[in-house]
Design a protein around this ligand. Structure first.
Ligand code: NAD
Length: 454
């Protein structure tokens, strides 16, 4: 058994230690999940739905406790953390409707009756990152459980506390033993076990593209199903015909929210050249107004980065001679702080324009016309998210069809809604989560033909 000391990223105060499971302990848990599967899939649809609604109600009743845990463990501003706890409730409520609506089809054929069934897969392994520990976990476990699978969930090493509490709430709500287990541990140990253990039938991984590729390669050995939610370098495209003041006011939230530790961060701000200077002046005002600080305060908008090591990684993108056009504030003293920073690099091929920073660092780049904007936006190995600001409906339609990304918003920065599909193009991922079709990712279609005996 090994222990990992947790630290409050806003204060650097110790939060206690969490036990990291060995591969053997994780394998035992997979065995329990496998043993629980036949019973869980046999629970009547209405009863499975009722249990998920009870789980949602338990989360709702403990929203404040969960939020405060996330404030301490991940440094999220308390108002954001409350929204994240509420999001878990909402996702559970949404998929609680699924067990009774997991329809197959009846397909016309000669000589009998043909029907399809949506069969659960078995044990599903979820691997979750540290940036949004609660919501991302729920995007996997809610539809997976609704479809009749059992779940083993590995939280990120640094942020296991809310996931562990959610497992207790599930148990208190009556979810049977072994159906939903949270297994804190190291990625290459517990996460890797999910890939290698043939009893785990699917891996849902959210994290870096580097590890996602390893998981996909490992899963190939067993043709194991994967859903991958990976990195991003999303574009925020502002045309001259947009409401430039509104676009500039909204831009910081789209990239500095969660201190930029957001896979959907619009970290490449592309602005039509004719309004570039005006936009940058307004953006500077908005960046300076971002309230970075103590995440326990109700008026804080941005908290610290997750760790000292991550702050060093982020800081490496902003050397002393970096072309800074705007810089916000950040507390000094304890905590892993980094000020919101906007750079205006000379070239779109600079490292900071290409690589995911995963911190509060954005670039602003000019473009000439619509074709140039689309070319720049698509000049990335990623394709997760993005925004288009324009007053021209036709342009909004053309550009949103042309940008290679899974989640776009026009004249706003919305990315994730539990009722709509979420996922990436290109190296941002594989498959979709959330929305009405997520159940398909947690079931296999089985076709059965019944001969009529004619
Ligand atoms: P990471 O890839 O380092 O870790 C993610 C998870 O994978 C952790 O639980 C980790 O323990 C585990 N892991 C690490 N190595 C492993 C291995 N060899 N085998 C199995 N599991 C392993 O990523 P991170 O630093 O925690 O998260 C940041 C990344 O996540 C960013 O790239 C971000 O864009 C991405 N992300 C994507 C989405 C999305 O929905 N597309 C959402 C959030 C974060």
């Amino acid at each position: 058994m090994s222990l990992l000391d947790l630290v409050n990223p806003a204060t650097e105060e110790p939060l206690g230690a969490v036990e990291l499971l060995s591969a053997a302990q994780a394998a035992e848990a997979v065995g329990r999940a496998q043993a629980a599967f036949p019973g869980w899939r046999a629970v009547a649809p209405a009863d499975r739905a009722r249990l998920l609604r009870r789980f949602a109600a338990a989360v709702d009743a403990h929203r404040e406790e969960l939020a405060q845990l996330e404030v301490r463990n991940a440094g999220h501003p308390v108002t954001s953390a409350r929204g994240e706890a509420a999001a878990v409730r909402d996702v559970l409520e949404y998929y609680a409707a699924a067990p009774e609506r997991l329809f197959g089809r009846q397909i016309p054929v000669a000589g009998g009756l043909d029907v399809t069934f949506a069969e659960p897969l078995g044990v599903v392994g979820l691997i979750v990152p540290w940036n949004f520990p609660m919501p991302i976990a729920s995007w996997g476990f809610a539809p997976a459980l609704a479809a009749g699978n059992t779940v083993v969930l590995k939280p990120a090493e640094l942020t296991p506390l809310t996931a562990l509490r959610l497992a207790e709430l599930a148990r208190d709500a009556g979810i049977p033993d072994g159906v939903f287990q949270v297994l804190p541990g190291e990625g290459p140990v517990v996460g890797r076990l999910f890939v290698d253990d043939p009893r785990v039938r699917k891996v849902v991984f959210t994290g870096s593209t580097r590890v996602g590729k390893e998981i996909m390669a490992g899963a190939a050995a067993q043709v194991k199903r994967v859903t991958l939610e990976l990195g991003g370098k999303s574009a925020n495209i502002v045309f001259a015909d947009a409401d430039v003041a509104r676009a500039a006011a909204a831009a910081p939230g789209a990239v500095f929210d969660n201190a930029g530790q957001d896979c959907c961060a619009r970290s490449r701000i592309l602005v039509q050249r004719t309004v570039f200077d005006e936009f940058c002046a307004r953006l500077d005002e908005a960046v300076r107004a971002v309230r970075v600080g103590d995440p326990t305060r109700e008026d804080t908008e941005v908290g610290p980065l997750i760790s000292a090591a991550h702050r060093d990684r982020v800081a490496a993108f902003v050397p002393a001679d970096a072309p800074v056009v705007s810089r916000g504030s950040a507390p000094s003293g304890p905590g892993f702080w980094f000020p919101p920073t906007v750079l205006a690099p000379g070239s779109a091929t600079d490292r900071v324009c290409v690589e995911e920073v995963f911190g509060p660092v954005a670039v602003v780049l000019p473009f000439d016309d619509e074709a140039d904007a689309v070319r720049l936006a698509n000049d990335s190995e990623y394709g997760l998210s993005g925004s288009i600001w324009t007053g021209d409906v036709g342009r909004a339609l053309r550009v949103s069809r042309a940008v290679e990304a899974g989640n776009l918003s026009v004249n706003s920065h919305s990315s994730v809604r539990y009722g709509t599909p979420f996922g990436g193009f290109k190296q941002s991922g594989l498959g979709r989560e959330l929305g009405p079709d997520a159940l398909a990712a947690f079931t296999e279609v089985k076709n059965v033909f019944f001969a009529s005996g004619e």
